[in-house]
Design a protein around this ligand. Sequence first.
Ligand SMILES: *[C@@H]1O[C@H](CO)[C@@H](O)[C@H](O)[C@H]1NC(C)=O
Ligand SMILES: *[C@@H]1O[C@H](CO)[C@@H](O)[C@H](O)[C@H]1NC(C)=O
Length: 384
Amino acid sequence: MKPGLVFLLVCLSVFLLEFVECQKDEKVTKNVAKNKRQNVGKKVKAATTKKTKGKPKVKKVKVPAKIFIMTQLLEEGRFQKPSDTVVLSIGERLVLRCKGKHISWAYPSYLDEEDGGRFSITHRKRHSQLVVVNSTGADTGEYSCWALDCDTETCRKEDSKTGSTYVFFTDPRELFVPANDYYEAVQLRTDRPTRLPCQVTNPLAKVSLHREFPPEVIPVDGKLITFDVKKGFIIHKALPLFAGTVYCVASYQGLMQSSTKYLLIFTNYPSAPPSAKITASSSSVPVGANFNVTCKVLGEIDIEVDFTWEFPGEQLGRPTYTRESQESVYMDGQIRQLSQSVLLVDEGRPVDDGLYKCVAQNLQGKTTVSTHVNVLPHTSPGQT
Ligand SMILES: *[C@@H]1O[C@H](CO)[C@@H](O)[C@H](O)[C@H]1NC(C)=O
Ligand SMILES: *[C@@H]1O[C@H](CO)[C@@H](O)[C@H](O)[C@H]1NC(C)=O
């Protein structure tokens, strides 16, 4: 090689090294600034000064590259990145490692209660290791880990450094992962998909969905209902006709078994907490006059709304009269439901003066609205 070229290459690599170092520095400063944002400290000042002096900022959110940190111990004693799904036989050992100083794990809930010493997690300086020995079908499930970025006080999940795999422990006698209950009630909610886990221990098992009464196979069309060997059946749209008792049947090599039964309860679920409006018949009334406060919710049809009231005379034992009603209204080309509660106050007294609060609640949450009512004292006859 010509000396000139060598020199050029050296220069180039020095430049690259410097560039990388510089980028690292910048990252560190950024992190410091982020962590200390709440404290008005010198470091923040330094960071902000640097920012203003620096080159014009390119507005770009830097998404850190995803790093897969999980490896699995293979029989030969080698660690290798596990595939999406790992299939082991019951009794076999599972060893997973995740790289990083601070690691958190998620694993089948059944292992949490395991105290026979079959399951362990060991944290080392540079990795954490999860071991399951004498495995059973119940150990089947998702195993995942993620790195934590810790300072002296708190740790925060590093979303870019994770790893996960789904492990099947095939049991020739048990096609389903044992469940805690023989019968499980599941809400068939209108606002989100419903999952029937029906977890199998063998990914090759054929699984179908059945209704108990009338006994029939529920067609799985891949749209309304889908099946995924890791997740089970998903009902994507809750329809009242799906309500009732269902179960799964798995078959593999001449063996056929039924799962836990699921009692599907159709629940019309609102998509959001109610949005309420409150109005008083008058914001100021003379003592002795009747008045009322109305709380109104205009929302989805067939959604129950509960109203509760808080008002000044409450503690003093003022009797409450509320009148509740529901009606369908046609608005903007849609049928909607108007639910309302009217709090009636007979012969207003000085104790009724103050804030009237209405809490409207549905299955998704509650909203509080309030309004003031002034009860004006009698003006003595002499003054008028
Ligand atoms: C695993 O199984 C072997 C053989 O049955 C037994 O000797 C051993 O104690 C078991 N280990 C644990 C931790 O259960
Ligand atoms: C509430 O008060 C207004 C004004 O006094 C009255 O028109 C209305 O009928 C009252 N509402 C109820 C439900 O009593």
